[in-house]
Design a protein. Structure first.
Length: 312
């Protein structure tokens, strides 16, 4: 009986230590839970987004590029003061440049970018992100690489002049790539190679657990990154019972909803390299999109908190 009590006491101590370690790991994290209203179907101006983020326990909020670009320096500082007063920091702004299509549309966006970047700078925004199509109907892999490198190099230079970093998100979903004649990059390694080709020190990656999973990337791939190479992170889960090649990019789940994607391994790997940027949910989920603004924010916050608690 004494032996059984001793073994039981050791088990309880071990469980308590494990729980304590998980709690410490979660509390020691530097990454922030970020509210991206549009990603969960919520329509909110900047002031409302900041208010929703604070009330629902987020730690950062997505900046509205176009809104901030229209503010004076004093107004930008005022918005930043409001953000800090609510205990929040900025997440990652979207890049308002269409670099995927015609030379004319790219040049138009590039010409307008300095004003947007200045507005973001005045409000204290330092992260800007965009996504990459995993293929093209006309451009071969080599031609597409050359076009992306040339255009994004120009974008990165403008952002660097205003103290901002540019993040590139690869799209790993096989069903998206299947409809394109010439496949393009769709993995973390290929994205790193494009970044090398761009050759600007302020360019990094936007990681998405969905695309990480769909591309077959691993926790070891994440461990090979440095914190400064990661601009922003999206966190999602995938529908259960659907083969990987049949998963649809626009039909995702909130983090930890199904367990198809190993968000614990994903976040733990990022935590170990000291990632200190925003983590937002981007489920493209009809049920979430039909919720009220309050309910959608509450659901997103709850899913992020559940995911963060898995960090080891």
């Amino acid at each position: 009986m004494q032996r059984r009590r001793f073994i039981r006491s050791l088990t309880l101590v071990s469980l308590a230590a494990s729980a304590s370690f998980r709690s410490f790991a979660a509390s020691a994290r530097k990454m922030t839970m970020c509210l991206s209203p549009g990603s969960i179907g919520v329509s909110a101006d900047q002031a409302k987004a900041i208010d929703l983020a604070q009330r629902h326990g987020f730690e950062s909020v997505e900046p509205n590029s176009q809104y901030l670009a229209g503010l004076s320096a004093a107004q930008g500082q005022e918005v930043l003061a409001q953000l800090k007063a609510k205990g929040l920091v900025w997440g990652c702004a979207g890049l308002p440049v269409e670099f995927r299509r015609t030379p004319e549309s790219f040049q138009q966006g590039l010409t307008a970018l300095p004003k947007v970047a200045q507005g973001l700078q005045q409000a204290g925004v330092v992260r800007v992100g965009t996504w990459l199509m995993p293929g093209d109907q006309k451009l071969t892999y080599r031609a597409n690489t050359q076009q992306h490198a040339q255009r994004l190099r120009e974008v990165a230079k403008v952002l660097a002049d205003h103290g901002q970093r540019l993040g590139l998100e690869y799209v790993g979903t096989p069903s998206v790539r299947a409809g394109l004649r010439f496949p393009f990059l769709h993995t973390l390694q290929e994205t790193k190679e494009l970044i090398e080709e761009i050759g600007q020190p302020n360019v990094g990656v936007v990681l998405d657990s969905w695309h990480w999973h769909m591309a077959g990337d691993t926790a070891e791939d994440l461990a090979a990154l440095r914190n400064e190479q990661i601009i922003s992170v999206d966190l999602n889960d995938a529908p259960a019972g659907v083969a990987l090649e049949k998963q649809q990019d626009g039909q995702r789940e909130l983090p930890c909803a199904t367990g198809v994607i190993d968000v614990a391994a994903f976040l733990s790997a990022l935590n170990r390299i000291g990632y200190d940027g925003p983590v937002r949910v981007e489920p493209f989920n009809k049920r979430v999109n039909q919720m009220s603004a309050e309910d959608a924010c509450a659901a997103a916050a709850a899913s992020l908190k559940k995911a963060m608690a898995l960090i080891a």
